[in-house]
Ligand binder design. Structure first.
Ligand code: NAG
Ligand code: NAG
Ligand code: NAG
Ligand code: NAG
Ligand code: NAG
Ligand code: CA
Ligand code: CA
Length: 592
């Protein structure tokens, strides 16, 4: 089955008569097999601390997750991926793991995860865990042993003696700047060496440049297991029954072996407080990093094959340039496979505020579809725990349209918890905040904090939005919870949640089956985005009016399947020859 993406100049007449040519090139970009369970899946990111508190200590946990799996099933989710739940001192909200085999007590320990997995199996939901291969916590036994120089652990991390400057002071070996500011190198008094950390000081990078490691990876079944035990970690959790992993901070896995200085970014002075002052050509997306990702895939595939079980899925996170991002999928000939899908952040990063244009959305879609090798499956991410919520970025009037876009587009749909009800960023002060990076400097907290999009899930209008029975949730609940919550939205057919459910139903009913033909055309006019999918069983059109005023669009006899504005009082199922879209209305039609 092929995706033929025809990027055409679609000329529609708008109410004001504007006609805009979006693109005029034609490209064949994709083959998709709809046969594997994940390929048209809806994945839901759970931020466990904020989702549901099951034991009343104010922090979300796995007991809470278990209690809400039924909700996810009801709205039509395929699988949930959980942000890190492993044992962690919490320097970077669980992205600093001190024990890869143990679920943190705050989340209820391994027993609680077992219950979640069991319940999910009963409901037919998939559970994906977050896997952080780049770095561990400095509290991890591996690091403690490495510091100590314990036999076999000396080279687990990236150690270096550094240089002596003209004043006789020992300084780091190069100019690398941490993503969290400051040098990427920290002196360790006991080991008498610097260690590398691309993120926080307490997150030492593992040493993937071990020649033994690389050699072992070439041998199937022996993926760097002798030296770095992360493969064992994957196997351990697969044995527990997880359905896959989301691999964190992938671009930073490997660094230049020669530790060369990175070039200065044009227009920047070298300043360790300016994370953009150097171009990360030696510490990000280097060739060897792709090989590690391919090795992880081999490991997971072999596991499923040997056990004769369904695909265990790998999702990778990479904010890289488009060509490099595609390499995380694998090579374009499919000889080497990487992640099943690598998160597509284009709709998130390229559409930052309310001033977006039809052409911006078209560009974000085309950029991915145009670059993605045809053998892979596209995916669409609108939000996550590191970015402001859609309602706050684009306005709540654009929540349903954007959910509709991701539901309509081919491939995988990804939803961050709360986006299905249109949650907004909460109000959090620096004192109340929990984002360790942002809290370092309260004067810039408002600009840098990721706490706003992490405020507790709004379940109902009771105290603390039904998230916790504790007086004090770990982050304050957003103040609009009485109006904006799951309970209320469930009861209203015009709510974000009801629209979201109908969008998933559309996917399940119409575009979820294999189709020999699958053509996507992205186009539109100045104020109306038009997506067109032609499949074996019929053709579908999505129209999205981005304007604050109505827009008339002519149609060739199309049946109305869905609108994101039930208030428009349209007759679902009626055959239309034109439609006047309400402001920010999105409709899906089927060619009659
Ligand atoms: C520290 O290293 C010494 C020498 O290799 C070893 O005997 C000792 O067991 C190590 N301690 C720890 C806690 O690993
Ligand atoms: C050496 O020390 C002097 C005086 O403290 C200082 O100005 C200079 O920048 C130092 N040089 C280096 C390479 O750090
Ligand atoms: C990584 O491990 C290898 C093999 O043990 C070692 O030769 C190499 O020096 C280590 N690299 C770093 C940067 O520590
Ligand atoms: C941050 O935003 C809050 C309002 O949400 C405001 O009261 C506070 O002054 C701001 N802080 C800074 C440093 O701008
Ligand atoms: C999106 C995401 O999960 N980003 C994480 C990448 O890794 C760093 C360091 O561990 C985290 O701080 C980010 O949250
Ligand atoms: Ca709890
Ligand atoms: Ca690394």
């Amino acid at each position: 089955m092929r995706f033929l993406v025809l990027v055409l100049a679609l000329c529609l007449t708008s109410a004001q008569g504007h006609v805009v040519q979006v693109r005029d090139r034609q490209k064949i970009v994709g083959v998709t097999e709809t046969d594997d369970w994940w390929k048209t899946g809806v994945f839901y990111q759970i931020y466990p601390r904020s989702f549901m508190d099951g034991d009343g200590d104010g922090v979300g946990d796995l007991k809470g997750v278990k209690a809400k799996l039924k909700y996810l099933k009801d709205i039509g989710i395929t699988g949930a991926w959980l942000s890190p739940i492993f044992k962690s001192p919490g320097v970077d909200q669980g992205y600093d793991i001190s024990d890869y085999y143990t679920v943190d007590a705050v989340f209820g320990g391994n027993a609680a995860l077992k219950k979640v997995l069991w319940e999910a199996k009963m409901l037919g939901l998939k559970i994906i865990l977050d896997f952080v291969p780049n770095h561990t916590s400095d509290q991890n036994e591996w690091f403690k042993k490495s510091v100590n120089g314990t036999d076999g652990y000396e080279d687990y991390y990236v150690w270096n003696e550094g240089k002596v400057d003209s004043n006789g002071t020992r300084v780091p070996p190069n100019n690398w700047v941490s993503i969290f500011k400051g040098s990427s190198w920290t002196w360790n008094e006991q080991r008498k060496k610097f260690y590398l950390h691309q993120f926080a000081t307490q997150q030492p990078d593992l040493n993937y440049s071990n020649p033994k490691v690389m050699e072992a990876m070439k041998v199937r079944h022996h993926f760097y297991r002798e030296t770095i035990t992360l493969a064992k970690v994957l196997t351990y959790w697969l044995d527990q029954g997880v359905d896959g992993f989301r691999v964190d901070a992938v671009p930073y896995i490997m660094e230049d072996k020669e530790l060369r200085d990175e070039p200065l970014t044009p227009g920047h002075k070298y300043d360790q407080n300016d994370v953009d002052c150097v171009e990360r050509i030696y510490t990000k997306d280097i060739d060897e990093t792709f090989d590690v990702v391919y090795a992880i895939r081999t490991h997971v595939d072999e596991y499923a094959k040997n056990k004769k079980i369904t695909t265990r899925v790998l999702m990778s996170e990479a904010y890289a340039d488009p060509d490099k991002t595609m390499r995380y999928y694998g090579t374009s000939d499919g000889k080497k496979l990487g992640a099943h899908f690598t998160f597509n952040f284009n709709l998130l990063t390229m559409i930052q505020n309310k001033d977006f244009k039809v052409a911006d959305i078209a560009k974000a879609i085309n950029l991915w579809m145009g670059k993605m090798p045809k053998i892979y499956t596209p995916n669409w991410v609108l939000g996550n725990h590191d970015n402001h919520r859609i309602a706050s970025r684009l306005g709540s009037e654009n929540v349903d349209p954007f959910n509709a876009l991701t539901a309509f587009l081919p491939g995988v749909m990804v939803t961050y918890n709360g986006e299905e009800i249109g949650m907004t960023d909460g109000h959090v002060t620096c004192e109340e905040g929990q984002d360790p990076v942002a809290k370092k400097d309260c004067s810039t907290y408002n600009a840098t904090s990721r706490d706003f999009e992490r405020t507790p899930m709004q379940w109902d209008d009771s105290k603390n939005a039904g998230f916790t029975v504790n007086e004090k949730p770990w982050l304050p609940v957003a103040d609009n919870y009485k109006e904006l919550n799951v309970k209320k939205e469930k009861a209203s057919p015009t709510s974000h949640l009801s629209i979201y459910k109908s969008l998933i139903q559309f996917r399940k009913k119409y575009v979820n089956r294999p189709s020999k033909k699958d053509k996507l055309i992205v186009g539109g006019q100045s104020k109306v985005l038009k997506l067109y999918r032609e499949r074996d069983e019929g053709s579908y059109t999505l129209l999205f009016n981005v304007a604050d005023v109505r827009q008339k669009v002519d149609l060739v006899k199309q049946k109305l399947l869905l609108t994101t504005k039930p208030s428009a009082q349209r007759q679902i199922g009626s055959i239309l020859e034109d439609i006047t879209l309400e402001p920010h209305e999105t409709v899906i039609l089927k060619t009659a």
